[in-house]
Ligand binder design. Structure first.
Ligand SMILES: [Zn+2]
Length: 270
């Protein structure tokens, strides 16, 4: 049974239906991202004052049927005025397990983002950042270059994952992770989320390099699917990513780590 650390909510999903889809696909646990609080902004409208609260309430409702298997992450947008307050609400009152962000016309070292990291660090929760090229949101890929995430060296209390292996900047992603590995005392805090984006020809090569350079304990599996609607895609990703790991030279033990065990450590569950 696998753990998928990269599942998107679109709004209106029901936890029970997601659990059923997980059983069919063969997923033990999933990390579910809240609907972006700034969705209205993307549509050219002004976001409501309580944009974070609405999105947090919704994800808390979705995960309520089983908070062990359904791991709720708040989606926080630092430029919105209620970002830090939203974090307190999500991680404190609502008991969500972590935080997802996409640097969207702000850099990872932005002061508003750092105010958020400080709060997340107080709670000792993990984070997941979109990194690499971004198809949506117009000209925003430039904010998601892997090297910018070196800022997280200043937040050693946050275990964070870099999604999509930062494709197409996979080498830069490995180098940054290598720097965390070498620079931090004890267990290093960066993880590579191998969620697709990279076409197979790049991905297999990147996985081979990652396993060789970083070892197999800091890679986590994700699909970028929506559940329950995208259950077929979730199953396809699970199958293809396992195949690609094999092609990259992974042993049974390595596949088991990447497909689940590492996620537990990143999430602070084991
Ligand atoms: Zn995603």
């Amino acid at each position: 049974m696998a753990i998928d650390v990269h599942v998107h909510m679109r709004g209106g999903e029901e936890g029970e239906a997601i659990l059923k889809a997980m059983d069919e696909v063969g997923l033990e646990r999933v990390v579910l991202f809240a609907v972006p609080p700034h969705r209205a902004m993307r549509e050219g409208k002004k976001p409501p004052k309580d944009a974070h609260r609405q999105s947090i309430d919704d994800i808390a409702r979705v995960v309520a049927p089983d908070t062990e298997r359904l791991i709720g992450f708040a989606w926080v947008e630092p430029p919105l005025p209620d970002a830090v307050e939203g974090l307190d609400y999500a991680l404190g009152e609502k008991g969500l397990k972590g935080v997802k962000m996409i640097p969207n016309h702000w850099y990872p070292a932005d002061e508003r983002a750092q105010a958020c990291y400080k709060k997340v660090e107080e709670y000792g929760r993990p984070m997941l950042f979109h990194t690499g090229i971004l198809w949506g949101l117009s000209d925003t890929s430039q904010y998601c270059r892997p090297a910018f995430f070196e800022i997280m060296l200043h937040y050693p209390g946050i275990r964070f994952a870099m999604a999509h292996m930062s494709w197409p900047w996979t080498d830069e992603c490995m180098a940054v992770n290598g720097k965390f590995k070498e620079n931090q005392e004890g267990e290093w805090t960066s993880y590579v989320d191998i969620t697709s984006g990279a076409p197979r020809i790049w991905k297999v090569e990147a996985l081979r390099k990652a396993l060789c350079y970083l070892g197999d304990k800091h890679l986590v599996y994700g699909s970028d699917c929506n559940l329950p609607r995208g259950a077929d895609y979730a199953a396809l990703r699970l199958r293809e990513d396992t195949e690609m790991l094999r092609e990259a030279g992974a042993s049974d033990e390595t596949v088991e780590r990447v497909m689940g065990k590492n996620a537990l450590r990143w999430l602070g569950i084991e």
